[in-house]
Design a protein around this ligand. Sequence first.
Ligand code: TGC
Ligand code: FAD
Length: 390
Amino acid sequence: MNRFQELDFYNVSDLFSEEEIMVRDQTRAWCEDHLMPIIGQHWEDGTFPNHLIPEMGKMGLLGPAIPEEYGGAGLNAVAYGLICQEIERVDSGLRSFASVQGSLVMYPILEFGSEEQKKEYLPRLATGEIIGCFGLTEPDFGSDPGGMRSRCRRDGSDWILDGRKMWITNGTVSDIAIVWAKDDDGVVQGFIVDSHSDGFSAPEQKHKWSLRCSVTSELVLDGVRVPEANRLPKASGLKSPLMCLTQARYGIAWGVVGASQACLFEAVSYTKQRMIFDKPLAGYQLTQAKIADMASEITKAQLLAWRLGRMKEAGTMRPDQVSLAKRNNVKMALDIAREARTLLGANGITLEYHSGRHACNLETVLTYEGTHEIHTLILGHAVTGIPAYK
Ligand code: TGC
Ligand code: FAD
């Protein structure tokens, strides 16, 4: 098994089309050549490799599922999932960058935007010429975004936005922010806010020990004037931002498979060459029990992601089915990253190896896009018919 031949115990690759495999392999090779060699240093420095954004655009990694007429790659759901898998094989923070740009900024413009908005923003977002962020979470409202305090009120042909958003990926580096706020009737509206607007600022949130390659920011909106032309005309109600979350959660369900494969690869390579009590660590039953569990869980997660993708392509995928895959696959990847780290002993806590970094990152992935507990409640609701959120 080498980095390019992931453990594919059930030949899941046989379920992919030639085009899907080509997209996967091209993305994997690019990530391996351009991202892998620099990721440890960026993680340590707490920086995103900005110089690679135009290349990411050229590779079609930004909004791969957006139609070609708007600058996207027009790929199907499984190909999009495989792109997320390959980016997150390197780092969850890098996949976050692509997820936010594609699923949380381009998708709402495509789904809820006017034709003018689509033409103006989507092609430039696809090339990475402009960066976007998605502001839903607030200091007091993360799991329960319906309680948001941000407000928008009409002022002639403009809107005035006031509020605070928190934990916003790419906020500080964004040219535009998709901001969600309630109007005077309590209806959630979506806006494309120019980050140069008066009253808008996006201070970075520092000192993170997770997702260190990703920029995380507060959004401050103090009387920000936004023209009606920048309101998303087809967005109305909390359902609109929640629809965006479904897209991003879908990508996460695939992405974390890549992170877990990287950890398994590292654990197998390391334990085969690490001699302990005169024999390779991989030759001990305790080690093989860990490896067997990892291989089984990854195989199940791959099949979940694949099936979800085909349902998405058929137009039958439900949000609660996405919750099942996000919840299962993220927890699976986090458990594997932690277990792989133990097999590396002291080396596992260094940035020379990757499992420890993946484990730290996956703590964020367990929390964002709906915490593990929120997806548990969504599934409990779906299966029993009884909501237990409050
Ligand atoms: P609720 O009454 O259940 O729903 C309101 C309306 O929305 C519909 N709906 C959805 N539609 C599409 N996709 C989904 N995932 C949907 N969830 C709900 C629902 O059917 C209803 O429609 P209608 O027609 O009846 O009006 O709303 P609620 O206020 O009770 O909330 C339910 C709950 C707790 C599940 C929801 O609030 C939730 O998902 N909370 C978690 C919040 C969350 O995930 N935040 C993520 C912020 S973004 C982020 O983390 C980006 S990280 C960066 C990266 O991705 O890399
Ligand atoms: P809380 O909602 O306060 O939850 C705290 C704990 O309570 C959790 O364990 C939770 O599961 C639990 N809990 C909540 N409700 C219940 C319940 N009903 N029953 C039992 N337990 C419950 N948001 C954006 O809008 N855009 C972004 O780009 C973005 N990027 C992010 C990047 C990073 C690095 C991080 C860490 C977060 C990001 N988020 C973003 C925010 C993220 O979506 C929220 O952190 C998440 O939704 C949880 O909200 P919270 O942190 O306020 O936790």
